[in-house]
Design a protein around this ligand. Structure first.
Ligand SMILES: CCCC(=O)OP(=O)(O)O
Length: 298
């Protein structure tokens, strides 16, 4: 797949899913749900301030009769209700509405009602690139400073998503600020180990190389210019960033500087979780719902 239009052509033939939205009282969230419902992708359980949800829905001409609304008093209650609905199997997908990422993730990780599976949870973003392909970015939102073991899990979660969008053996670029191993730069040490583990078959289902800088991970021309010979350089499908600071800034640079279309979900929980920035457009939220619908097949 190269675009979100191509993703839609695939998702439209999947059975419709039920999505539980934690704090749905937001215009972009409801626009995205409205569009996803009109296109046959989801029906929703809208959790949040009922009066506000109804007011916004009416202002965007969104019929509510095919969705359910659960009235809650505050964000914490909205997150708890939405997560409970998913963990009880009444919805296939959880969605972050107008709440902070940490607020919803705290409930997702709750030992009693949460959605843990024993796997590492990580954020996977997918964006349209100027390189004629969809590219994955991980982790922009969940793991603050992952160690080597967690980085392996993050790669495996992204590989699951890559497969769902038609990339069978994704090329993973382990990003750093430089392309050579520097003992003072932990990201380059981890990258070298991950590359060797991949070469020796210790991490399967992907071709991993690094350290690579962002330019030569993406651009064949940049890789050639710097003389980098690598099975991944210039052709990366998955960008693994060293920490959440790099990931979150890159995610937002893709939106606000490059103005590319993007989607984001959390993988590794019982069900996929739509997780975009609160400030992301309704289009990004709609694309993320499509991605979560695809990821439900994992
Ligand atoms: C995937 C980005 C998550 C994020 O940064 O969310 P907020 O902007 O709502 O904090």
């Amino acid at each position: 797949m190269r675009t979100f239009e191509e993703m839609y052509n695939y998702v439209k033939d999947l059975p419709p899913k039920t999505i539980a939205v934690a704090q749905a009282a937001d215009e972009d969230v409801l626009e995205a749900i409205k569009e996803a419902h009109e296109r046959g992708i989801v029906k929703a359980i809208l959790v949040g301030d009922k009066e506000k949800i109804e007011r916004i829905a009416s202002s965007i001409l969104m019929p509510l009769k095919e969705h359910e609304i659960i009235d809650t008093k505050n964000n914490l209650e909205a997150c708890r209700e939405a997560v409970k609905i998913v963990s009880e199997g009444k919805a296939d997908i959880l969605m972050k509405g107008l709440v902070q990422t940490a607020e919803i993730l705290r409930v997702v990780l709750d030992k009693e009602i949460g959605l843990r599976t024993g796997r590492t949870l990580s954020h996977v973003a997918v964006f349209e690139s100027p390189y004629n392909r969809l590219i994955l970015l991980t982790d922009a939102a969940m793991n603050i400073a992952p160690d080597l073991k967690v980085k392996i899990d993050i790669i495996l979660n992204a590989v699951d998503v890559a497969r769902q969008i038609g990339i069978d053996a994704p090329r993973v670029a382990v990003l750093g600020a430089v392309e050579t191993v520097n003992p003072d730069m932990q990201a380059t040490l981890d990258a070298a180990i991950l590359s060797k583990m991949s070469e020796r078959g210790q991490i399967k289902g992907a071709i991993i190389d690094g350290p690579l800088a962002l330019d030569n991970a993406l651009s064949v021309e940049a890789a050639r210019h710097k003389g980098i010979i690598s099975p991944v350089a210039g052709n990366a499908d998955i960008l693994l960033v060293p920490d959440i600071e790099a990931g979150n800034m890159l995610y937002k640079a893709i939106t606000y500087i490059a103005e590319r279309r993007i989607a984001g979900i959390i993988m590794g929980a019982k069900r996929p979780i739509v997780l975009t920035s609160r400030a992301d457009s309704s289009e990004a939220k709609f694309n993320s719902i499509m991605l979560a619908s695809l990821a439900s097949n994992v």
